[in-house]
Design a protein around this ligand. Structure first.
Ligand SMILES: Cc1cc2nc3c(=O)[nH]c(=O)nc-3n(C[C@H](O)[C@H](O)[C@H](O)COP(=O)(O)O)c2cc1C
Length: 346
């Protein structure tokens, strides 16, 4: 197992074993107004919607997490079964491992065996920033083909890169590379944070380079400072252990990031809300605050590792929670949910 494979495995293992959640989940500070007289029946609720031109039964994607080490294949397979059954989107984790070692391609491409309405490829900003134009075109082509991707997520994970002992914190050139990808490929690009959030100012810069969606990946859920803190501690690397601790609470709270981005893009690109989404009520909260769709990582990872049944049961609960929140706010459709009154207490 090489260094990247080991790192991929450790991220999953630490996320599941240690407490790597942010200290506060800001979705609890978002309250939807109750409608005591919705003039509809629960059966009138329709949760279907369209994201990046693909029809989903629920406004949800399983955020990209894994692949790139042997154990990742099984997790991706379980998540793919869930995505197929519930007709939701699914991303894979950074495909860098497979670009460097073809033997690992199947840990991602396993999701091709399932009829998933929206499949999302994934690569880090620090990688695309460093690649030559030729490498960029070849690698993007390979990543898309590997999973028959309908979209490509560029993962803006610079907090993680800079506090990771082996991190590669390169951002110079990233914007140019995104421009090249959007000019050369038909596949839509999602600019995606991984837990530190996207500001309104960054969103304005992103829409100029031809991306199609922003996944805000705000603070409040899985915390990569915490994950890297635990890794550094195991490696007995005192400096990076300290960095992880110092930056433990770094980032823009997810609902704040969402409101800023929504205000900045004004419908020009689609918005995915992620970072601490735990249930169907959080999905409803995020849509009422301006998202088109939500993204969930840790909660579904945890269940997928337990097995297919727990993962399916979790999705069933999430679906019912979302339907309940829609009924209690008088929202027949996802578009109605976007007009629901919200109180934010952050
Ligand atoms: C174990 C693990 C690995 C992850 N790997 C990636 C990755 O390779 N690429 C990426 O864009 N995001 C990655 N993420 C971030 C998630 O996609 C998501 O943005 C983040 O976990 C916040 O969502 P959550 O609070 O629901 O977990 C990873 C998350 C976890 C838990």
């Amino acid at each position: 197992m090489n260094q990247i494979e080991r790192r991929k495995e450790e991220h999953v293992e630490i996320a599941l074993r240690e407490d790597v959640r942010a200290d506060h989940n800001f979705w609890d500070d978002v309250r939807l107004y109750h409608n005591a007289l919705p003039e509809m029946d629960i059966d009138d609720v329709d949760t279907s919607m369209t994201l990046l031109g693909k029809e989903l039964d629920l406004p949800l994607i399983i955020s990209g997490m894994t692949g790139g080490y042997r154990g990742g294949k099984k997790i991706n397979e379980t998540l793919a079964k869930v995505a197929e059954s519930y007709r939701i989107g699914m991303g894979v984790g950074s495909q860098r491992s497979a670009l460097e070692n073809r033997k690992l391609e199947d840990t991602y491409s396993v999701i091709k065996d399932f009829d998933i309405p929206l499949k999302i490829a994934n690569i880090g900003a620090s990688q695309i920033a460093r690649w030559s134009r030729k490498e960029l075109l070849e690698n993007v082509e390979r990543m898309i083909g590997m999973i028959d991707a309908d979209a490509l997520a560029i993962c803006l994970n610079l907090l993680q890169e800079v506090i990771q002992p082996e991190g590669e914190a390169h951002a110079k050139g990233c914007i140019k590379s995104m421009e090249i990808i959007s000019d050369e490929f038909d596949v839509p690009i999602i600019a995606k944070e991984t837990g530190a959030g996207i500001s309104g100012e960054v969103a304005k810069r992103l829409i100029k380079v031809g991306i199609s969606a922003i996944d805000i990946g705000g603070y409040g859920g899985t915390n990569f400072a915490a994950i890297e803190y635990h890794r550094a501690k195991r490696m007995k690397n005192w400096l990076y252990e300290r960095l992880g601790k110092t930056f433990w609470e770094w980032g823009i709270p997810a609902p704040i990031s969402l409101m800023e981005v929504s205000d900045a893009v004004r419908g020009k690109v689609e918005i995915i809300a992620s970072g601490g989404i735990r249930n169907g009520l959080d999905i409803a909260r995020s849509i009422a605050l301006g998202a088109d769709c939500a993204g969930m990582a840790y909660i579904l990872l945890k269940k997928a590792v337990e097995g297919l049944d727990p993962a399916m049961r979790e999705m069933e609960a999430i679906k019912h929670e979302l339907r309940t929140a829609m009924f209690l706010t008088g929202s027949k459709e996802i578009e109605d949910l976007k007009r629901v009154e919200v109180e934010v207490w952050i």
